[in-house]
Design a protein. Structure first.
Length: 227
C-alpha cells in the first residue's frame, strides 16, 4: 500500500478523543524477546509503529517501558504532519505512580519538546524538565489522565505500552483501537502478554483490517462499543 493509503487506513477519527494501542507479539503470545519488544520487530512493524506516531497528538507510555526500552523524545515525520495538518511537536506522556523517573534519562535529555509526566499526589518526583500532571492520590486515574491530555489539545493518543499500562487502560474502558503486529516467531520463555492487569469482562473487538508483509501480519481491531 502507498503511504497515503496507509494514512487513510490508520487515521484517527476526527474531532474526538481516541486511544489507539500499538503492540507487537509473537505467534505464541510473547510480548518481548530478551526483555525487549525490539526482538520481535520487522520493517513492516516499524513502518506501522512510526506511522502511529506520525498520526498522533501524543505518545502515552508507562515508566517501566521508558526504562526498559531506553525511550528518547519522538522524532516524527514533520513533512507528513504538516501535510495532514498536525502540530509538529509530538510529546511523550509517561505514566508513573511511584516517581521512578530521573532527569538524566534520554527521554528528558534528548527530546525536541518537554515530555508530560502523569503521576500521583503521593509520588516523590525529582525536579524534571517536564509538564507534570497530577491525576489521582495513590494510583493514577487513567480516565482523568486522558481528559488532561485532551484539555491540552492532545486528543489522538498513541498508547505504546507496556503491558501493565495497557491492561489498566483496557480495564478502565479507555482503549478504542488496537494495532497488533504478529511476528512470525515462536518465542516460548517467560515473556508476558501484551496486556496485564485486573480481571475484567472481555471487551469485544471488530476486525477492521488485515495486512500481510511476507510472513508478518498487521491487524487492526476496534472496540465494538467505540463510535
Amino acid at each position: 500500500m502507498t503511504d497515503t493509503a496507509l494514512e487513510s487506513l490508520y487515521a484517527y477519527p476526527p474531532d474526538r478523543t481516541w486511544v489507539t494501542a500499538n503492540f507487537v507479539s509473537s505467534v505464541d503470545g510473547a510480548v518481548t524477546v530478551d526483555g525487549r519488544s525490539a526482538g520481535l520487530g520487522s520493517p513492516a512493524d516499524k513502518q506501522i509503529y512510526l506511522l502511529g506516531r506520525d498520526l498522533a497528538d501524543v505518545v502515552l507510555v508507562g515508566a517501566g517501558t521508558v526504562l526498559a526500552e531506553g525511550y528518547r523524545g519522538a522524532r516524527p515525520d514533520l513533512a507528513r504532519r504538516e501535510r495532514l495538518g498536525l502540530a509538529p511537536a509530538l510529546p511523550i506522556a509517561v505514566v508513573t505512580a511511584r516517581g521512578s523517573l530521573t532527569a538524566d534519562l534520554p527521554l528528558f535529555t534528548d527530546a525536541a519538546v518537554p515530555p508530560i509526566v502523569i503521576t500521583t499526589a503521593r509520588a516523590r518526583l525529582p525536579e524534571l524538565p517536564a509538564d507534570v500532571v497530577v491525576a489521582g492520590e495513590d494510583e493514577v486515574d487513567l480516565a482523568l489522565a486522558v481528559r488532561e491530555l485532551a484539555a491540552r489539545g492532545l486528543r489522538r493518543v498513541d498508547l505504546e505500552g507496556g503491558p501493565a499500562l495497557f491492561g489498566s487502560m483496557v480495564a478502565a474502558g479507555l482503549v478504542d483501537e488496537l494495532n497488533l503486529t504478529v511476528a512470525p516467531v515462536l518465542a516460548a520463555g517467560a515473556a508476558g502478554r501484551i496486556a496485564r492487569g485486573p480481571v475484567v469482562p472481555p471487551a469485544e473487538l471488530e476486525l477492521r483490517s488485515v495486512l500481510r508483509a511476507q510472513d508478518v501480519l498487521l491487524l487492526r481491531y476496534r472496540r465494538r462499543d467505540s463510535s
